[in-house]
Design a protein around this ligand. Structure first.
Ligand SMILES: NC(=O)C1=CN([C@@H]2O[C@H](COP(=O)(O)OP(=O)(O)OC[C@H]3O[C@@H](n4cnc5c(N)ncnc54)[C@H](OP(=O)(O)O)[C@@H]3O)[C@@H](O)[C@H]2O)C=CC1
Ligand SMILES: O=C(CO)COP(=O)(O)O
Ligand SMILES: [Zn+2]
Length: 353
């Protein structure tokens, strides 16, 4: 008897383009959301986007509440959950980078209320996904979270953001190549459930981005457009899979461990990009895919070495040899790399000197 079933939750409206920040209030109306919004933001995105959105709401006769978070943590999620009750909020709007959006989507999941995603940086592919990702002590949780009802991505704001944020988003997408390799490996060796649709969408997203790398240049609003479309597509792949597997393999374990060992040293996307060079090498060995990944990262000005991440070589080795422990996710790292092997892959790929 056929017993499979799946429930794919995707946003109803995805609005991307120049000046679309003004569309947040109309989008809320299109979704028939009533009552009071709580804007969840972080310091810079507050000035860039959350304050103007709040002004638009006030003009439309709605009094929005606002909470500003500083770090991606379960404490921050708790603060937002408390604010929902204290401010009598009916739905949430995450305004910012990955931090603010993850916290908003996790709080909305807990409170069972709707959530909109308003990215101010094209820096990560959590814009659309139904996953939240936060560190918790020695581990990292990728938890089920509320997918956004709508996404409003203003390319004028995204193009004005520091260029490094956009290159981080590109690197997060390029890392899909190795994430899917790890996912297939886990499927073959550990019988982990694999979705061919989600895997293909994730790989195709990385391919389209790399093919358009010439247009991904600072100062071009088209770059924000191309990268945002890719981030949306990658998030859809995660929602189809109902897992971050299509976009997160060993290169993400490496990055999550760097977050613990060298907090705030580099952006998430940049760390996963460097991780991806090394895990592609482990998957194939021969020059080929890992060099393609390194060249693609170089072509969009993303870091390819420990020095460019501003992280010392020994920390890279420590992250490589320990990161398999932080989450129960089978990857090319298996049950861990020994130190000599870690040094060799990092040297051979030029990540360390
Ligand atoms: N759930 C998912 O599927 C995914 C989740 N993630 C998560 O997302 C996070 C990484 O996202 P990322 O965006 O790099 O992290 P942050 O949200 O910390 O943003 C990075 C930096 O960009 C700043 N910033 C944001 N927008 C602007 C702007 N318009 N102009 C100037 N500065 C701006 C922020 O400022 P400020 O410090 O003032 O906030 C912050 O310093 C990680 O926690 C990662 O785990 C990543 C991918 C997928
Ligand atoms: O960053 C992500 C995908 O790009 C989310 O993955 P994690 O589940 O590893 O946090
Ligand atoms: Zn990522």
């Amino acid at each position: 008897m056929f017993e499979k079933s799946s429930w794919i939750r995707l946003p109803r409206n995805v609005v991307v383009g120049h000046g679309v920040l003004d569309e947040v209030v109309p989008v809320v109306s299109d979704l028939h959301l009533d009552g009071r919004p709580l804007l969840v933001t972080s310091p810079t995105p507050r000035t860039v986007a959350a304050d103007p959105i709040a002004a638009d709401f006030r003009e439309s006769g709605v009094d929005p509440a606002m909470v500003t978070v500083e770090t991606a943590s379960f404490d921050a999620v708790e603060r937002v959950i408390d604010a929902v009750e204290a401010e009598d909020a009916d739905y949430l709007i995450g305004v910012g980078g990955g931090k603010a959006i993850d916290i908003a989507k996790m709080a909305s999941h807990h409170c069972d209320i709707g959530f909109l995603s308003v990215p101010t940086a094209a820096s990560h592919d959590g814009i659309v996904s139904n996953r939240g990702s936060v560190p918790d002590g020695d581990t990292r949780h990728s938890v089920a979270a509320e997918p956004p009802l709508a996404v409003v991505a203003d390319t004028a704001i995204l193009a004005e953001a520091p260029w490094r944020l956009t290159t981080a988003g590109c690197a997060d997408i390029i890392s899909n190549y190795t994430a899917v390799m790890d996912w297939r490996l886990a499927h073959r060796l550990k019988n982990v459930e694999y979705s061919g649709f989600a895997g293909a969408l994730s790989e195709m997203t990385a391919e389209i981005l790399v093919e358009n790398a010439d247009s991904v240049r600072p100062g071009l609003e088209e770059a924000a457009w191309i990268v945002t479309k890719a981030l949306v597509s990658s998030g859809v792949a995660m929602s189809i899979a109902d897992s971050s597997r299509p976009a997160s393999g060993a290169e993400h374990l490496f990055s999550h461990q760097l977050d613990r060992l060298a907090p705030e040293a580099a952006l998430h996307g940049h760390q996963v990009g460097v991780g991806s060079i090394m895990t592609a090498y482990l998957h194939g060995g021969e020059k080929g895919v890992w060099l393609d990944i390194r060249n693609a990262l170089e072509s969009i000005d993303a870091p390819t070495t420990a020095a460019e991440l501003d992280i010392d070589d020994e920390t890279v080795i420590e992250a490589l040899t320990t990161c398999h422990e932080i989450r129960d996710r089978y990857t090319i790292l298996g049950d861990g790399m020994d130190e000599g092997a870690a040094r060799e892959v990092a040297r051979e790929t030029g990540v360390i000197g």
